[in-house]
Design a protein around this ligand. Structure first.
Ligand code: KIV
Length: 308
């Protein structure tokens, strides 16, 4: 058992969030648009569970994405393709319980919007209805689907450039838009998504100059990852930011902590304490009430109990 909720339960606003976020308004799609207008950087982060999403929300993150990177950093898959709608829903619900202020975006996993537009809309509705997502993210220039989602009142975050669900078509995770034709195609796709109703656009793995030009031209905010500093906002994968990964980080990742080292040493210390019987101590143990103690003959340390 681990007590992490306040007395109001999971649905009550945590006290610390109320204090930390008292002056910060709830982030919505229109708030993101306003931030772009005002030139205010949008800070986004992925999260996959209650504890870390609550910490991210309380730390003032504007947009929390339940990314399909879940497949890799949480579930240990080689790429993002295997994660299912049900798995994404499960984690989105957990994140929902931790988030109060940030805009909560759910990533639509591979296969959940690659068939008909109707199937894509149906799956997106599940993220809103069953998991409390406030927007969904889809990869690629799926203009018809973005229009249909907008018609269905579901805010959409587009995702162009290096789209991890296209790993097999791209032949690996490679920086995109490196030729003049590819740059013009990316720019046209970005404009088409914005016209179709996307509320924001993730630009991943593209040259800085390309992201800067698209950001300047586009009416909706861009959120970069491996796209340089000129986007309207930035996003990182939580596990990359805190150093909870097992492979060398990509060039664009900045590690702000080494949670892997902290967790490893805490676990090793715990194991050593258990092995030398230093955990738990007497102070960390519960004791019999005095009356029960008197009624029993308790032999200290041997565990022998006899009624007297
Ligand atoms: O799944 C994910 O984490 C993402 C971000 C990298 C944008 O799509």
């Amino acid at each position: 058992m681990s007590v992490t909720n306040f007395s109001g339960g999971a649905d009550a606003a945590p006290q610390s969030a109320l204090i930390a976020g008292a002056s910060l308004p709830k982030v919505t799609m229109p708030v993101l648009a306003e931030m772009k207008r005002q030139g205010k950087p949008i800070c986004a982060l992925t999260a996959y569970d209650y504890a870390t999403s609550r910490l991210a929300d309380e730390a003032g993150i504007d947009l929390i994405l339940v990314g399909d990177s879940l497949a890799m950093v949480v579930l240990g898959h080689e790429n993002t393709l295997a994660v299912t709608v049900d798995e994404m829903l499960h984690h989105t619900r957990a994140v929902r319980r931790g988030v109060r202020r940030a805009l909560l975006v759910a990533d639509m996993p591979f296969g959940s919007y690659h068939g008909t537009v109707g199937e894509g809309v149906g799956n997106a509705i599940r993220f809103v209805k069953e998991a409390g997502a406030e927007a969904v993210k889809i990869e690629g220039a799926r203009v018809e689907l973005v229009s249909a989602l907008s018609e269905a009142e579901i805010p959409v975050v587009g995702h162009l450039g290096l789209t991890p669900q296209s790993i097999h078509r791209m032949g690996g995770y490679r920086v995109q838009a490196r030729t003049a034709d590819a740059v013009l195609k990316l720019r046209a796709d970005a404009q088409a998504l914005a016209e179709a109703g996307a509320g924001a656009l993730v630009l991943e793995g593209v040259p800085r100059e390309v992201a800067a030009a698209i950001t300047a031209e586009l009416p909706i905010p861009t959120i970069g990852i491996g796209a340089g500093p000129d986007c309207d906002g930035q996003i990182l994968v939580f596990h990359d930011l805190v150093g909870l990964t097992f492979a060398p980080a990509a060039k664009f990742v900045r590690r702000y902590g080494d949670a892997g080292a902290v967790i490893r040493s805490a676990i090793e210390e715990y194991r050593e304490d258990v092995e030398r019987r230093a955990f738990p101590s007497d102070e960390e143990s519960y004791h019999l009430p005095e009356a029960a103690r008197r009624a029993l003959e308790v032999t200290e340390n041997t565990g022998t109990l006899r009624k007297v």
